[in-house]
Design a protein around this ligand. Structure first.
Ligand code: ATP
Ligand code: SKM
Ligand code: MG
Length: 183
């Protein structure tokens, strides 16, 4: 495969900017943009809060698993992954086999500010969302660190973050192709 066609998967905690950055990066390179949360909502004809309330988190995780295994194209896609998608065993290695994985990162303060504006993240619908973010981030941090190169999205112009992601992706796509052709 040509390095210029390799998929990009954006992973990371809620509110780190996967959807926003992913859409902008896809537009820059003319790739298809896919968001796992949006695709699941479309397929289920329900919002994520409705899925969590009516079917439970475990059912949502099974939908994410199905998305990873069969829900997206082979090449030329930028995929924004739901914040908990790589926490489920096996999903990260599937993504890494299909393209470059980059992890977006942000401080608890930024995440809190960005997620408090909208109420569509059921895991943060608690009395003390800051404590919940710290708690969840602590559990997930080792998994996110393993996922791929980390790009900080705090207090930086969106265009800078997009350029940084593009550079990291281009660089890593060459290694990704090299490794695959060596095996
Ligand atoms: N670099 C940034 N600076 C300021 N605001 C940002 C930045 N990136 C994203 N935002 C804003 O933060 C909010 C959350 O961003 P976004 O929905 O892209 O996050 P996400 O990582 O996709 O979250 P989730 O995992 O819940 O889907 C949005 O309102 C977006 O406009
Ligand atoms: O971090 C998480 O577990 C989640 C993140 C969102 O993208 C959604 O997938 C959902 O709200 C769960
Ligand atoms: Mg998103």
């Amino acid at each position: 495969m040509n390095a210029a066609d390799v998929n990009l998967y954006l992973v990371g905690f809620m509110g780190t900017g996967k959807t926003t950055i992913g859409r902008a990066v896809a537009a820059r390179v003319g790739f298809q943009f896919i968001d796992s949360d949006h695709q699941i909502e479309r397929e289920q004809a329900k919002t994520i809060p409705e899925i969590f309330a009516e079917k439970g988190e475990a059912a949502f995780r099974a939908m994410e698993r199905a998305f990873v295994v069969e829900g997206h194209p082979g090449t030329r896609a930028v995929v924004a992954c739901g914040g908990g998608l790589v926490v489920q065993p096996g999903n990260l290695s599937e993504l890494q086999a299909r393209g470059v994985v980059i992890c977006l990162h942000a401080s608890v303060e930024s995440i809190l500010a960005r997620t408090s504006r909208f109420r569509h993240r059921p895991l943060l619908e608690v009395e003390d969302p800051a404590a919940r973010i710290r708690e969840l981030y602590a559990v997930r941090a080792p998994i996110y660190r393993r996922a791929g190169s980390m790009i900080l999205t705090d207090a930086r112009p969106l265009g800078d973050i997009v350029n940084h992601v593009l550079r990291a992706w281009r660089h890593e796509a060459k290694d990704w192709v090299r490794q695959r052709s060596a095996t």
